[in-house]
Write a protein that binds this ligand. Structure first.
Ligand code: HSE
Length: 387
């Protein structure tokens, strides 16, 4: 196998390392296309080019590994490569989540494999498990801690009393965060992964903008104290589930009781819990960010190409379900500054209300449709968590 790589950041370097340390996969990296030729790189300069054609038009290169952080460029690279008769491996969650219908179509037209195990929960082999092992309609829900950066920050806050800014800085230094950390801390990165998992779990294409995401960016000391006083930690959780022909999903911070399965997932680790009719809950745990763990997932895709592995998207072919979260109700904790900050009419039920000089909150039931469109979310003094 002869490989051309686009991008040589954290994951590209991780792939380089794992590929050179493994004896099992025989693959040569021929060229690496990068944007900035002046950046110092840890390997021989002869590998690098800034000209995509040196990879895309090279008939010796049969696998293109796309590891850039630019979704538009990534889509153009992936689609051109498949049309040039090359297999493609990618880790670009945002590009994949937004362009899945087109990428599916190009795979059908060209017959080329497009693999992206590293795009979901990094080192946890979840896509292939959903494709192969859970190749039936018995799966009812997929729930996960899918973002390493936020899990690292939350672990440091709850276990070491570290401040949010310092914990984020550490996650960036360790190479966990996206180049724009807003993607991590506001829940976008986890949502993109959820959209990809929804296709492989339930056979439904979902437009990412339809899925509600909220992150940990407005978490306050008051919220943290509330979590502790309830015997909980806070985790960023993405969840999708199927009820009949309806698939719902969201990505939200959530109070998780200390001792519950997800409370034990710390630092950059991720976890994915699957529920199915007969197996009940099965949980996969593994590193969800970092150069080598993510590089390992990319390597696993490269290795699968030795035996011409492709996703078959069988659930999509058999499927009749639709994505529709708007009427799904969740129980929400909403913290606010003063009465009037939150429109109570949006809630179908309010079960708790707390007011003090330190802060106010209510707990109530609200539909995801109402929550997604709530104008009061624009108020910086308001934060919410699933409870
Ligand atoms: N920014 C991502 C995370 C990187 O923190 O999980 C892993 O893909």
């Amino acid at each position: 196998m002869t490989i051309g790589i686009f991008g040589f950041g954290c994951v590209g370097q991780g792939l380089w390392q794992v590929l050179h340390e493994t004896k099992g996969v025989r693959a040569d990296i021929k060229k690496i296309c990068i944007k900035n030729p002046d950046k110092p790189r840890p390997i021989d300069a002869a590998y690098f080019t800034t000209d995509p054609a040196q990879i895309l038009d090279d008939p010796d290169i049969d696998i293109v590994v796309e590891l850039t952080d630019d979704p538009e460029a990534a889509f153009s690279i992936a689609s051109r490569a498949m049309r040039q008769g090359k297999a493609v491996v990618s880790a670009n969650k945002k590009m994949i989540a937004y362009r899945l219908p087109e990428l599916y179509q190009i795979q059908q037209e060209t017959g080329q494999p497009f693999l992206y195990e590293a795009s979901c929960a990094a080192s946890i082999p979840i896509i292939r498990n959903l494709e192969e092992y859970y190749d039936n309609d018995l799966l009812t829900s997929v729930e996960g801690i899918l973002n390493g950066t936020t899990n690292y920050i939350l672990t440091k806050i709850f276990s070491e009393n570290l401040g949010y800014a310092e914990a984020l800085k550490q996650a960036q230094t360790l190479g966990f965060a996206e180049s724009n950390p807003k993607m991590d801390v506001e829940g976008f990165d986890a949502k993109f992964q959820l959209c990809i998992l929804i296709l492989h779990a339930f056979g439904v294409f979902v437009e990412p903008d339809e899925v509600l995401n909220w992150g940990i960016h407005r978490l306050s000391d008051f919220d943290i104290r509330q979590a502790r006083s309830r015997g909980c930690e806070i985790k960023l959780v993405a969840r999708c589930f199927r009820q009949g022909d309806r698939v719902s999903g969201w990505c939200l911070p959530k109070f998780v009781p200390v001792g519950a399965r997800f409370s034990t997932i710390n630092n950059e680790y991720n976890a994915v819990s699957l529920e199915s009719a007969f197996t009940e809950t099965q949980t996969f745990v593994g590193k969800g960010a970092g150069a080598a763990p993510t590089g390992c997932a990319v390597l696993s895709d490269i290795s699968a190409l030795r035996y011409h592995y492709k996703y078959e998207y069988r659930k999509f072919a058999q499927n009749t379900a639709k994505f529709d979260s708007d009427t799904t109700e969740i129980n929400l904790y909403v913290r606010y500054q003063q009465e009037g900050d939150v429109d109570r009419a949006d809630f179908t039920e309010i079960s708790e209300h707390y007011a003090s000089n330190a802060g106010n909150f209510l707990i109530g039931k609200i539909s995801l449709g109402k929550l997604k469109n709530a104008a009061w979310l624009n108020n910086e003094q308001v934060n919410f968590l699933a409870i």
